[in-house]
Write a new protein. Structure first.
Length: 228
């Protein structure tokens, strides 16, 4: 149920946003206020939870010296999730009120304390989503012979998460389309405002992925203990 809930919610939003009669109801919030919204805070919460859970997962792999490389991978996952969470809230600058470093403020298209809005990266959210989808889909594929069974079983993505990845892929393709082409028709404009929902789904996938990996590892540890 937890896997299908975000898909149902996203499908409902798409149905409302692409219907001219309900367009304003579904999209006005994203047009009027883009920062520190409920959606954005939920995204940050999921990314932070994924970061903490990934750090715990890395530590538990590190205890087994044979899994030190796997631990390093999940440390990288934790660091990336934390970085994205901080980018979402502009590293707390609007709340803390500290001065934005000149080299960031000068090249930032939105005058924010963020890296993803620097010249060259701003307005390319769809490309970042595509990179995530490629990585997530790769983790859903059968094991490549170059990788050990132990490594692949530790990092492979559960098939239950595949519907979420496919929905994010759809949003990514729509986003890339909107970044490349100008479309004057109003019902198509929600394409430009799927960013917040796509990022929430990515964050949701991340925390679900790590929680499932923790559950799987716990099962393996119990199996080892019982057979010892």
């Amino acid at each position: 149920m937890l896997i299908w809930l975000p898909l149902l919610a996203s499908a409902t939003w798409f149905a409302l946003a692409f219907n001219p009669a309900t367009y304003d109801f579904a999209v006005s919030g994203f047009l009027d206020r883009r920062e520190y919204t409920f959606t954005e805070m939920a995204t940050v919460g999921c990314f932070l939870a994924a970061s903490v859970a990934a750090a715990i997962l890395a530590f538990r792999h590190w205890r087994d010296r044979k899994d030190s490389f796997i631990a390093i991978l999940f440390i990288g996952f934790a660091a990336t999730a934390f970085l994205v969470a901080m980018e979402e809230v502009q590293w707390g600058q609007p709340i803390l009120g500290y001065d934005i470093p000149g080299f960031i403020e000068g090249g930032n298209r939105q005058n924010e304390m963020t890296l993803h809005n620097l010249e060259g990266m701003h307005g390319k959210a769809g490309r970042f989503y595509m990179v995530f989808c490629i990585a997530a889909l790769t983790l859903s594929l059968p094991r490549v012979w170059l990788l050990s069974d132990n490594l692949w079983s530790a990092v492979k993505s559960p098939k239950a998460l595949l519907p979420i990845v496919l929905l994010i892929l759809l949003m990514a393709l729509l986003k890339v389309y909107a970044e490349i082409f100008e479309n004057p028709f109003k019902p198509i404009q929600p394409i430009r405002w799927t960013t917040e929902i796509a990022e929430l789904l990515i964050a949701y996938w991340c925390v679900a992925y790590i929680v499932i990996k923790l559950i799987e590892l716990r099962g393996k540890e119990r199996k080892r203990a019982s057979s010892a």
